[in-house]
Every structure is written in C-alpha cells, then in structure tokens.
Design a binder for this molecule. Structure first.
Ligand SMILES: Cc1cc2nc3c(=O)[nH]c(=O)nc-3n(C[C@H](O)[C@H](O)[C@H](O)COP(=O)(O)OP(=O)(O)OC[C@H]3O[C@@H](n4cnc5c(N)ncnc54)[C@H](O)[C@@H]3O)c2cc1C
Length: 413
C-alpha cells in the first residue's frame, strides 16, 4: 500500500508543553497559519500519556497559560504553601503571600488537558505517529513517520531531551544532560484505618520510628536539599506533594547536572535513599524511574534553515531541571519567529537564537546557567551552608530578579 504524502506549512514534532505552546501561541498571533490543514502536531504517544516529571509548575508557567486564555485550575493539582531550599535539612523557606508557592500537576493530566485545548481551538494533532526521519531541503523539509511522509515549510523540534529532531539536524551538538531519578510514595503521617493496606500500616510504623529524631514533614510543603553537592552530585534531592488519581502522595527525586562528573561520586540513588530513610521511607520499597534532562547552555544550537527547536531540545533550566514553564516560553518565541518567516518569506531563522537569548526567557536561562556554574562547582560544605543558610536575603533577591518573574515580561500573545 502507498504511504500517504501530506503537505503542511508548519509541522510540530512532539506534543508536550513546548510543541503545544508553539501551536497555541501561533493560533493567537497568526490565526490563519494555525488552522488545520496548515499546521499539524505529530505526537508519538496517545494522550493521556505518561511523562516522567515531578510536575512542579512555577508562577511563570501559570502566567503564560493565563495569557493564552487557559485556566490551569481545571487540571487536578496540589499546591505547596512553602518551598524549602535547604542544605542538610536547614535553609531558606519561601512563602508567597496570598498564593501557593508551587503548584504540582501530573503530566499525563496536564499534557492531555493542554492537547484538548489545542484541539478545541482548531489545531490538528496526530497521536500515535512517530517521526523516523527528517530531510531538510532548500524549499521544504521532508518528514517521514511510521505512517506516512510530510512535506513542510517549517518544522519545530519539540520532541524532548532525547529528541530525534536535534539528533538528526545537529548530530555533533554539545550535549549537557542531567541524570534524574524519581520515586512516588504515600504522604507523611498516613493514618492506618482498617481498610488500609498492609503497606500503609507498615509505613505508619516506620514514620513513628523516624519521628523519634525527626519531625515528619508537612505534606503541604515542597523541599529541595542540596546536601549531595559536597559528594560531587551537582544537584539536589527533592520531595514534593503530589496526587495520583486524586489520592495525596509524595514525589521524591534526585537531580544531577553532571557538572562534577569528573570527580568520584556515589551512585545516584544513594543520596536519595539516605534522605528518604531519614524521613522514614525505604527506597527499596518503591519503583525508581529515571530520565535525562537536557539543559540550556548558550552554545546549544536552536535553529537551522526551516527548522526551529523548542523546549528540552534546546534546554531546560540547568539549576533545577525546571522545564515546563521554560517549554511554554519557548513556544511563544518560536510562534513569533514562524509568523515573521511566513510574512517575509524567509525561512533561514538566522535571528532565532538572538531572539531567544535577548528575550526575558533567554535572560533567565543565561542567569540560571551562570548560577549553575557557581553553586555546584563551589561544592564545599562551608559554601553550601553560606549560600542556603546565611546569605538568604541575597539569594532571595537574586532569585526574584534573575530567576523568576520572566513570564510577565514575555511578549503578549
Ligand atoms: C524526573 C523529572 C522530573 C522533572 N520535574 C520537573 C518539575 O517538577 N517541573 C518542571 O518544570 N520540569 C520538570 N522536569 C522537566 C520537564 O519535564 C521538561 O522540561 C518538559 O517536559 C519539557 O517539555 P517539552 O515539551 O520540551 O518535552 P516533553 O515534555 O518531553 O515532550 C516531548 C514530546 O515529544 C514526543 N516525541 C518524542 N519523540 C517523538 C518522535 N520521534 N515523534 C513524535 N513525537 C515524539 C514525546 O512523546 C513527548 O510527548 C522534570 C523532568 C524529569 C525527567
């Protein structure tokens, strides 16, 4: 049977936050371009699809979604009232007056919701279609999937940290990749009732043992602890509230930028096990999942003629691996670059990298990249104590000005 060949103006490869944000922003700023059949999102999975992610949505993500006319309150979520940035369980506590400090969603639910919104605005999404080959030509890009062939004026690589688009178009690009592990456990202080399962009763028993030394944490708080840094793990252990099918749970994990990979390091799961054990959980009782995060560096390529990269294919925040708000922000900039390319009939995308770096998103990414190269290589215990416990006011001001609050400064869709 012949494979179908379809023509599209804009082909977005990957239907995660970066790809869907690109489509939704295009729909706002160049409505004619964003209607079927001119635009198509190719997504290899089917929604709601699993995506390993702690689901922490920072304020900037909420701002970008709100400006797209979307109400993220519709997505099941848990709000953390406080965020702690600690070194060895003591440090900085952030609370934002009159609102939550961090909203936590599950990515299967969030991405499904975003995809439904895109579809309801006339954007075509083909699910279960995997891109297998990309051939850029002077007058078009040929994209081959497991089902057919597409000819597009422009393609957008939104296929994540391991994305095929980046590997195909920029095979020799530098790769800055963090290692990440994630674990889901019950909440703290599970009160066993007769209907509870054996594991819940066991957990309660463990928490009672742990509480002799440590006060169990508040389920409404999120924690980052940078205690593994002196052991050459250039990152932190996290512990967030979350929910799965409406049931309150905790999401734990460990993030390592790999910046200190030339030094001797423990196995990644060891610090995570240590922290969980301190709080009464045994890592061996839970399933560990891992996935890399490609992080932003100014030397990462962002475009080629007729090709734009967005989201993790360019790079997430290097300090924390925070990438949802960043992915949504890339979508805003890519949509503008696509609109301008069609208006000028110039698909070189020469100015895209400058456009990204000069934008509020690019400025926060550059600041975070610089901070990453300070706080992790200066790995000594005294420096980490100084940073998270003593220099608190300075850290808060730097974070407020350079790390957060970029979403409001992005161009309005
Ligand atoms: C363990 C872990 C925890 C994290 N926690 C957080 C957090 O708390 N907060 C936060 O902000 N960020 C977090 N991140 C980062 C965040 O998940 C990413 O930055 C974000 O998902 C990037 O969005 P994206 O759209 O660029 O890519 P993705 O979300 O990865 O989406 C890419 C899409 O492309 C599709 N795709 C891939 N290949 C193909 C192909 N060949 N053809 C068609 N489709 C394809 C995939 O199925 C997927 O749907 C975490 C990441 C990990 C690994």
């Amino acid at each position: 049977m012949d494979r179908e060949t379809l023509q599209r103006d804009v082909l977005i490869i990957g239907g995660g936050p970066s790809g869907l944000s690109t489509a939704l922003h295009l729909q706002r700023i160049a409505t004619n371009l964003a209607q079927a059949p001119r635009i198509l999102v190719l997504e290899k999975a089917r929604y709601p699809r699993l995506k390993l992610c702690a689901g922490g949505l920072v304020l900037d993500a909420e701002v970008i979604l709100e400006r797209l006319g979307l109400d993220v309150n519709e997505v099941p979520h848990v709000d953390a009232e406080n965020i702690h940035f600690d070194f060895q369980a003591r440090g900085l506590n952030i609370r934002i007056p009159k609102r939550h400090a961090l909203r936590v969603i599950r990515r299967d639910e969030f991405d499904n919701w975003l995809a439904e919104k895109a579809k309801s605005r006339g954007i075509e999404i083909r699910e279960g279609e995997t891109v297998k080959n990309i051939i850029p030509q002077a007058d078009k890009v040929i994209v081959e999937t497991d089902n057919g062939t597409f000819h597009a004026q422009v393609i957008v690589g939104a296929d994540g940290s391991n994305g095929f688009t980046r590997r195909c178009i920029f095979p020799n690009a530098p790769v800055y990749t963090a290692r990440v592990l994630e674990v889901i456990t019950p909440e703290y202080n599970v009160v066993a009732s007769p209907s509870d399962s054996e594991w819940q009763s066991n957990l309660l028993a463990k928490l009672k043992i742990a509480s002799g030394k440590n006060t169990p944490r508040n389920n409404k708080e999120a924690f980052f602890d940078f205690f593994p840094v002196p052991d050459n793990i250039a990152g932190y252990v996290w512990d967030f509230p979350t929910q799965i099918n409406g049931k309150p749970m905790r999401c734990w994990g460990i993030y390592d930028t790999n910046l200190l990979s030339n030094e001797k390091r423990p196995q990644l799961k060891e610090p995570l096990a240590q922290e969980m054990s301190r709080l009464g959980f045994d890592l061996d009782d839970y399933e560990i999942k891992g996935h890399p995060i490609r992080w932003f560096s100014p030397d990462n390529p962002m475009s080629a003629p007729r090709v734009l990269l967005v989201g993790d294919t360019v790079g997430a925040d290097p300090i924390f691996g925070e990438g949802i708000s960043i992915a949504l922000g890339y979508g805003n900039l890519a949509a503008r670059a696509i609109r301008d390319a069609f208006e000028r009939d110039d698909f070189s995308f020469h100015g895209y990298k400058t456009r990204v770096l000069m934008s509020p998103l690019g400025q926060t990414l550059l600041a975070r990249w610089l901070i990453t190269y300070i706080i992790y290589p200066l790995k000594w215990k005294w420096f980490q104590v100084l940073l998270w416990r003593i220099l608190k006011p300075i850290v808060i001001v730097v974070a407020w000005i350079f790390v957060l609050n970029w979403g409001r400064r992005m161009p309005k869709p």
